[in-house]
Design a protein around this ligand. Sequence first.
Ligand SMILES: CC(C)(COP(=O)(O)OP(=O)(O)OC[C@H]1O[C@@H](n2cnc3c(N)ncnc32)[C@H](O)[C@@H]1OP(=O)(O)O)[C@@H](O)C(=O)NCCC(=O)NCCS
Length: 137
Amino acid sequence: MSIFYIDSVAAVKPAQLAGFFVGWPNPPSAATHLKILQNSDEVILALDSSTGQVVGFMNALSDGVLMAYLPLLEVLPEYQDRGIGTELIRRMLSRLEKLYAVDVVCDEDLVGFYERFNFKSGRGMMLRDYHNQSGKK
Ligand SMILES: CC(C)(COP(=O)(O)OP(=O)(O)OC[C@H]1O[C@@H](n2cnc3c(N)ncnc32)[C@H](O)[C@@H]1OP(=O)(O)O)[C@@H](O)C(=O)NCCC(=O)NCCS
C-alpha cells in the first residue's frame, strides 16, 4: 500500500471522501466534508495511490498570526495503526510552527496520542448543537 500526502483540496472530488465521520450520529455528507476542507486555513490529506481515495485528513483554522485550532483528524478504520495519523499531525504542526498556540479538543482516550506531539492537557469549554452536526443548514 502506497500512501501520499497533499496539502490542497483543489483537485479533490466528494467521491474521494467516502467513509469518514465514523460513529457520528449526524455526519456531514462527502460534499459538505469537501466544503469544510475548502474553507479551512490548512489541510493535510493522505491518499491511497492505488485507489485515489482519501484515507486520512486533518484541518486547521488559524488567524495566521498567533493561534490555530485543529477541528478534525481522522484516518479510515482500515488504514489506522500504520503511522498515517502521526504523519498528518507531523505535517500540520510543521505548517503551523510559527504560531504561539495550537489547540485541539479531544476525548480522554486521545490524550496519550496528542501528548506524543508535546500537547499538554488543559481545561476547555465547549458549546455543541447536535442538530447542526451534519452542517446541512
Ligand atoms: C486517532 C487517529 C487519527 C490515529 O490515526 P492512526 O493513523 O491510527 O495513528 P498512527 O498509526 O500514527 O498511531 C500512532 C500511535 O498512536 C496510537 N493511538 C492511536 N489511537 C490512539 C488513542 N485513541 N489513544 C492512544 N493512542 C492511540 C497508536 O496505537 C499508535 O501507537 P504505536 O506508535 O505505539 O503503534 C485514528 O485512530 C482515528 O482516526 N481515530 C478516530 C477519529 C479520532 O478519534 N480522531 C481524533 C479526534 S481529536
